[in-house]
Ligand binder design. Structure first.
Ligand code: PLP
Length: 355
């Protein structure tokens, strides 16, 4: 049995993969694949509608917000956010907590005035900066809720009258969030939502149409909302599987229920990292992520043997990102706590043999 701690793309429950494969062969007994029916056919429109309504329900999206499935990944949102929300005479402010935040900032900078108001680059992004002020006149404040590579997570968001834009690619649907606290939330699908291809965007309607910019149609939130996520051919497979996965999440009790599981998984792993003399965590304690757990070994020479040992026990995908090294265990919604227990036991057994 494999325990997939990989960072993506797309770690989903086995039952969702099974349903998805059935839909590819014979969607809802139509005798056709979900991939071949027209995206304008009522069968697919129903899939899109259900995916959007499940996203709204599970995240408790208030009135006045639109939810769309777009393409281009979170990376295109870096530019779209600026196109739609950054007027020429205003400045957007960015919290730089890792390379994704840096890339988001770089896209805004291509278009207009943007500034990094705080950064944790000095310590290889191992913490979330807290000491900064947001100028009340800023166009928006941009942040990344979970820093997938470095294992840090924002456990609170700044209090400000400036609208918040958040890249939630790697922790959306993993914990309860207050959507009303944000003007714009975006997330590439391929972690807790579904296969790569779709990007979920949640946007407050009344912030749109104010940037004064000429926006290419595909990058215009309002046009995408008006076209009900079908301005062009949508990524049908990704949306379909996202819908199946959100159904799975709802049946599990929704985001509040999965959040408790995610907290328990992270606690089990961090407890072992802190207890075991061979390992140490890389992120600042108060900013540790419940989704992306990064750790190294006190003796780097043991890292290769431990990786091999863990892989023999079925724990795959734990090699850390090259910019942090060591290990990264991604604890996405689909990963059961029993898999975390296997990894913890591997760490304990390895320590017994190597101390
Ligand atoms: N933002 C975060 C936090 C990510 O983790 C990633 C990818 O892992 C991205 C953005 C880039 O997403 P995409 O590949 O969908 O453009």
């Amino acid at each position: 049995m494999k325990h997939n701690f990989g960072a993506g793309p797309c770690i989903l429950p086995q039952e969702v993969f099974k349903q998805a494969s059935q839909g590819v062969l014979n969607f809802n007994d139509t005798g056709l694949s979900i991939l071949e029916i027209s995206h304008r056919a009522s069968e697919f429109v129903a899939v899109m509608d259900e995916a959007i309504s499940l996203a709204k329900e599970l995240l408790n999206v208030p009135e006045g917000y639109s939810v769309v499935f777009l393409q281009g990944g979170a990376s295109l949102q870096f530019a779209m956010a600026a196109f739609n929300l950054l007027p020429e005479d205003k400045k957007a402010v960015y919290l730089e907590t890792g390379v994704w935040a840096k890339k988001a900032f770089a896209e805004a900078k291509l278009l207009g005035n943007a500034e990094v108001i705080a950064s944790s680059k000095d310590k290889n992004y191992s913490y979330i900066p807290k000491d900064y002020a947001i100028d009340a006149d800023s166009a928006y404040f941009h942040c990344t809720s979970n820093n997938t590579i470095y294992g840090t997570q924002m456990h609170s968001f700044p209090q400000t009258t400036v609208g918040k834009v958040c890249d939630m690619s790697s922790d959306i649907f993993s914990r309860v969030i207050d959507v009303a606290d944000f003007d714009l939330i975006y997330a590439g699908a391929q972690k807790n939502i579904g296969p790569a291809g779709a990007t979920l965007v949640i946007v407050k309607n009344d912030i749109l149409g104010k940037s004064g910019r000429v926006i290419p149609s595909m990058l215009d939130y309002q046009k995408q909302i008006d076209a009900e996520s079908m301005y062009n051919t949508p990524p049908v497979f990704s949306v379909y599987v996202s819908m199946l996965n959100l159904r799975w999440l709802k049946a599990k009790g929704g985001v509040a229920a999965i959040e408790q599981e995610n907290i328990a998984k992270a606690k089990a792993l961090y407890t072992e990292i802190d207890r075991n003399p061979l390992f140490k965590g890389t992120a600042a304690l108060e900013d540790r992520s419940n989704m992306s757990v990064c750790f190294v070994m006190e003796n780097p020479e043991l890292e290769k043997p431990f990786l091999k040992y863990a892989e023999e026990l079925g724990c795959i995908g734990i090699k850390g990102h090259r910019s942090v090294g060591g290990f990264r265990a991604s604890l996405y919604n689909a990963l059961p706590i029993t898999s975390v227990h296997v990894l913890v036991e591997a760490m304990q057994d390895f320590a017994e043999k190597n101390v």
